[in-house]
Design a binder for this molecule. Structure first.
Ligand code: MLT
Length: 264
């Protein structure tokens, strides 16, 4: 795997590249980084595509750029710049949860850069009032009690029950290594994100929604909504997995995406 730091406007975006063939960008969830895709990068998908796991600004090896709010549009603009820097050809875009919100912002802003979409464990709707209050409570928690408190509170919602200890440790350490200012800027951006339901009917690229059977954050009904409202949209439910399907069931995730790409 090769790591590169791409100049994207005023920031540097780290990308982790493995595989061969057409470009595919992998967009991680909140408050994670490219390491959530390590199993995907090592999967047979690398025979079908040049897989590029992006660290969104402030995450992983991409420096925090000082923004008070990471809007989905801001993050999508970085992805747009990264795709252009990597070759200026349309990419197969795979986004999980917040990465899926970013993918939807990208297809709204620059549909010409998107060849296909995999929307994993994500949804089109915005936060309601209760969810926005929960984001503010999470900001208060991380500022007052630190990242460990956020990580331990999130873990049971991210993974299906019975997840093995190593997987739990991988997720906890990723969250704890994410800068506090990044977590706060993400939470503000997530709370402010727009409802994208109206966009779905205008998505003109092949799209697959993937969801874990036990996803507690974006349940199966959210994936059904995406697959039903996007023209030609398809859906795969991965048995036994929770919100982090590519980490919890990497082989099933790779098989779902590989089968989808094979039919493009
Ligand atoms: C994520 O996994 O990216 C987040 O759970 C998304 C969210 O909280 O809406």
């Amino acid at each position: 795997m090769e790591t590169r730091l791409l100049p994207c406007d005023e920031v540097r975006i780290a990308v982790h590249v493995h595989g061969r063939g057409p470009l595919c960008v992998l967009l991680h969830g909140y408050p994670l980084d490219h390491r959530m895709w390590l199993d995907t990068l090592r999967s047979p998908l690398a025979e079908q595509r040049t897989l590029v796991a992006i660290d969104l600004r402030g995450h992983g090896q991409s420096p925090f750029a000082g923004d008070a709010v990471h809007t989905m549009d801001l993050l999508a603009n970085d992805v747009q710049n990264a795709i252009k820097t990597l070759g200026d050809e349309p990419a197969d875009v795979v986004g999980l949860s917040m990465g899926g919100y970013v993918a939807l912002a990208l297809v709204a802003a620059a549909p010409e850069l998107v060849r296909s979409l995999v929307l994993s464990n994500t949804k089109a709707s915005a936060d309601g009032a209760a969810a926005q209050q929960a984001r503010q409570a999470a900001i208060d928690t991380v500022v007052k009690d630190g990242r460990r408190a956020i990580a331990t509170a999130m873990l049971p919602k991210l993974l299906a029950s019975g997840a093995d200890a190593l997987l739990q440790a991988r997720v906890l350490s990723m969250i704890e290594e994410t800068a506090t200012e990044t977590i706060v800027a993400d939470l503000r951006g997530l709370a402010a994100r727009p409802d994208r339901s109206d966009l779905l009917a205008r998505i003109a690229v092949p799209t697959l929604a993937v969801v874990g059977e036990h996803d507690a954050i974006t349940p199966v009904a959210d994936a059904e909504f995406l697959a039903t409202h996007i023209p030609g949209g398809r859906m795969v439910v991965v048995p036994g997995a929770g919100h982090l399907t590519p980490m919890e069931a990497p082989a099933a995730f790779a098989a779902a995406v590989g089968g989808f790409w094979a039919g493009l």
